[in-house]
Design a protein around this ligand. Structure first.
Ligand SMILES: *[C@@H]1O[C@H](CO)[C@@H](O)[C@H](O)[C@H]1NC(C)=O
Length: 353
């Protein structure tokens, strides 16, 4: 009896300890920043043509269209699921009120430069997103956590993901007439602005940030069709992207080494995206060239109310620009588990820090 009692006591202690230690190893929240690659419905609340809140968007995974620019979940959603958190609701929505498990600030058509995306209407650009997050931290979250210490503990353990810049790079020809003459200069302008934003987050207490590379936009059906003789991918577009991605890598390394206690991780999506497009069967896909839904000619969006293809789970492109849920799942799995893809730390490792 005595033996059993002390055994139980030890067991209880171990469980208790594990509960404490386990707590420390969890991410209390996921915050997402970016464009349509991560948007979970912010544009539903904004006067813009860049919307995805109609059928067939979302039709593979949601009972109704949510505003996600895919047939189902995106990378922010899959990462949240891995972390055991609710899918981060759009910061613009009612659901965001009182939510402390993370929010989604991403907004389709927007980018790093305030001028990007304006042709389609209003969207949340990088500054808007950072400003909204700052208000959340200094208002609601400060109130919720009571002490500065608790707030900083929460922020330092939260995971933040970024996927932004694709629309800026896509609009590069529009910017050419202005002051950004070379691709190098243009990439630098974008990265200076992004770096400034990341430093603001660090200043607020954020420590774990994952930033996605720009994908092979030159391979999207719209671009590839305009320049067919170049094959499936436009090298011209992809060149600017590789300059940007190389500078992004250097910038994130620099931030990590200069900002004490910070972890800025790069998600090496460009090569993965290209590899999926060129070797579909390696990833269980069959078609990596054609949009699954019927995309409006000359634009990227699905025609409303027309059903998507039957084999969305084997496609790369959902509409003329965005990937299917299947591809977002591959990216997420890689970033969660593979520290060569999300480098130098996978999300799994980032959480355990
Ligand atoms: C991990 O990521 C690297 C870089 O993207 C890639 O080359 C490698 O094949 C990946 N490993 C696995 C097991 O997927």
């Amino acid at each position: 009896m005595g033996k059993l009692n002390s055994f139980c006591l030890i067991l209880t202690c171990m469980c208790f300890l594990q509960a404490i230690v386990g707590q420390g190893h969890e991410a209390p929240a996921l915050y997402a920043f970016g464009d349509s690659l991560l948007d979970s419905g912010n544009n539903n609340y904004l006067p813009t043509w860049a919307k995805a809140n109609y059928y067939p968007y979302g039709s593979s995974s949601f009972p109704f269209p949510t505003g996600r620019f895919s047939n189902g979940k995106n990378v922010a959603d899959f990462v949240a699921e891995f972390l055991g958190l609710p899918l981060p609701p759009p910061a613009m929505s009612r659901e965001s009120e009182g939510t402390v498990t993370g929010l989604n600030y991403a907004s389709g058509s927007c980018g790093i430069l305030p001028a990007t995306g304006l042709l389609l209407g209003k969207c949340l650009n990088l500054d808007d997103q950072i400003y909204k997050f700052q208000c959340l931290v200094e208002g609601e979250l400060t109130h919720h956590f009571g002490s500065k210490r608790n707030l900083l503990n929460y922020l330092s353990k939260s995971i933040v993901i970024f996927n932004i810049g694709s629309n800026d790079i896509g609009s590069y020809p529009l910017f050419l007439q202005s002051r950004y003459s070379t691709p190098q200069q243009f990439a630098q302008i974008l990265l200076d602005a992004l770096s400034k934003a990341l430093k603001i987050l660090y200043g607020l207490g954020v420590r774990k940030v994952v930033v996605f590379e720009i994908g092979p936009l030159g391979c999207t059906p719209g671009v590839a069709r305009t320049i067919p003789h170049l094959g499936p991918c436009s090298e011209i577009t992809n060149q600017l992207i590789s300059i940007y991605n190389t500078q992004l890598d250097a910038m994130l390394k620099d931030l990590t080494s200069t900002l004490h206690g910070s972890n800025f991780v790069i998600a090496r999506y460009f090569s993965l995206g290209l590899d999926i497009i060129n070797n579909p069967s390696k990833y269980g896909l069959t078609d990596t060239r054609n949009p699954c839904c019927t995309a409006l000619f000359g634009t990227s969006s699905c025609i409303p109310m027309v059903p998507g293809c039957k084999d969305a789970a084997e496609r790369f492109f959902w509409d003329g620009v965005h990937q299917t849920e299947a591809v977002y799942k591959i990216e997420s799995d890689q970033c969660i588990h593979n520290s060569s893809f999300c480098s130098p730390l996978s999300i799994e490792e980032l959480v355990r820090l």
